[in-house]
Ligand binder design. Structure first.
Ligand code: PLP
Length: 452
């Protein structure tokens, strides 16, 4: 930090303050973690200074031999870790990984057959008229993904996101009574809509998915099954999700972030079958710019860590701790979407405390508990204010929390929510954002969490 401070002290100060915040609060954001010193240090090197557009052994720049080594090692670890036929480690984020996946599927399933029919090797050989027809065909495909309020991600066909604009999209939800994924309803929707791409995976669904069943549905309607395991890839890597719950043997293409339960650097990956590998491998420059060699190096280090037995112990603890957290809420009268959890996250409906998700989130933050507000199925408050709080166990499990600490965490959160009232706007009207936290509660919670 001294080196940084000599150039721009405000950045050194903000970095130091972030360390204090992350150590001094209860970090329950389900998509966050604490990467190891080895991962963090690997990101801060001169590998960052090298341009290497293209792919291993086929670069648009000279002198990429060391980046080739880094990228090959990262991809090898990813293949071994997940038992995948092919791994692409260049995506800079989860959204990038999903865009690479979408365009690779379109290239493989729509563009390649059209080129073959026209006797062209690549799109540059097409006449302007043929290219225009192909471009329109690419833009006329269908995607079916899980809706945002059922726990899906905005990249799964949500209209404000490019995925919702690129495709004709429809969404599937969960059973309105149980909150669980209804495979029969999904199959019926897929039969009717006939998507080219069926996306499974979630950001806020607290249950496991039977990917073998989803693959059957995809096969029946001729869809490519793409699973976005951004949230639970740590549980796949750590062999908590196996068999039908492991997406890798069942999906054609699997995407993930590397920084959530997988505990690596910020970034994304795409795994694919041999069939889809050649088009995914063209992710740069099809979708991406020059790869971040320093981050690919850090991914390799994180994957090497995740291949150790200790990571399996960690992943199991993440799932066990989520159960402890859920039971902690249920025993104190909490209302959980789907009634519990069997992955790394818990979705608490805060309506019974008379609060919106936004009010709950900010009251908890005052008490040093970092969570994020989240929609619940058929949310009456919409996606901005919401009615839920999403909580995840990956980060605090890395800090060594176990059953007792997570039970205590549920107790502290319940105490904050029971002692928070909705506030009013300056003009005195109802507000979905304003809240009043009872005196003394924030300090009480902060003192209790400092002892954990
Ligand atoms: N996919 C899912 C399921 C996610 O939950 C997220 C992030 O929250 C992403 C993709 C996007 O990841 P990133 O923020 O790295 O682009």
């Amino acid at each position: 930090l001294e080196v940084i401070s000599a150039v721009e002290p405000r950045i050194a100060q903000a970095t130091a303050a972030e360390l204090a915040d992350q150590r001094g609060s209860l970090k329950l954001i389900a998509s966050e973690n604490y990467a190891s010193p080895a991962v963090l240090l690997t990101m801060g090197t001169w590998l960052s200074d090298k341009y290497a557009e293209g792919t291993v052994g086929h670069r648009f720049y000279a002198g990429c031999q060391n980046v080739d080594t880094v990228e090959s090692i990262a991809a090898e670890h990813a293949r071994e870790l997940f038992g995948a036929e092919y791994a692409y480690v260049q995506p800079h984020s989860g959204i990038d990984a999903n865009l690479v996946a979408f365009w690779s599927i379109l290239a493989h399933r729509v563009e390649a057959p059209a080129l073959a029919e026209l006797g062209a090797k690549n799109v540059n050989e097409l006449s302007d008229a043929d290219w225009e027809t192909l471009r329109r065909t690419l833009g006329d495909q269908r995607l079916l993904g899980m809706s945002l309020d059922a726990g899906g991600h905005l990249t799964h066909g949500f209209r404000p996101n490019i995925s919702g604009k690129m495709f004709h999209q429809q969404q599937y939800g969960t059973d309105p009574t149980t909150g669980l994924l209804d495979y029969d309803a999904l199959a019926a929707k897929a039969r009717e809509f006939k998507p080219l791409i069926l996306v499974a995976g979630y950001s806020a669904y607290p249950r496991r998915v039977n990917f073998a069943k989803v693959r059957e549905i995809a096969d029946e309607v001729g869809a490519t099954l793409m699973v976005d395991m951004a949230h639970f890839s740590g549980l796949v890597a750590g062999k908590v999700f196996t068999g039908d719950e492991d997406p890798v043997p069942h999906a054609h293409v699997v995407t993930s972030t590397t920084h959530k339960s997988l505990r690596g650097p910020r970034g994304g990956i795409v795994l694919a079958t041999e069939e889809y590998a050649p088009s995914v491998d063209r992710g740069c420059p099809m979708v991406l710019g020059g790869p971040l060699a320093h981050v690919m190096a850090a991914k390799a280090v994180a994957f090497a860590e995740a291949r150790q037995d200790s990571f399996r112990t960690y992943a199991q603890a993440v799932a066990d701790n989520a159960k402890s957290l859920a039971e902690g809420f249920l025993s104190r009268g909490g209302d959980l979407v789907t009634g519990g959890t069997d992955n790394h996250l818990v979705l608490l409906d805060v309506s019974r405390y008379g609060l919106t998700g936004r009010q709950a989130e900010t009251a908890l933050l005052d008490a040093g508990v970092v969570t994020n507000r989240n929609s619940v199925p058929a949310d009456a408050n919409g996606p901005w204010y919401t009615s839920g709080i999403r909580l995840g166990t990956p980060a605090l499990t890395t800090r060594g929390f176990g059953h007792d600490e997570f039970d205590r965490t549920a107790e502290l959160i319940t105490m904050v929510l029971e002692n928070t009232q909705p506030g009013t706007t300056k003009a005195g009207g109802p507000s979905k954002a304003a809240y009043v936290l009872a005196d003394g509660i924030a300090d009480k919670v902060k003192d209790a969490s400092a002892e954990m």
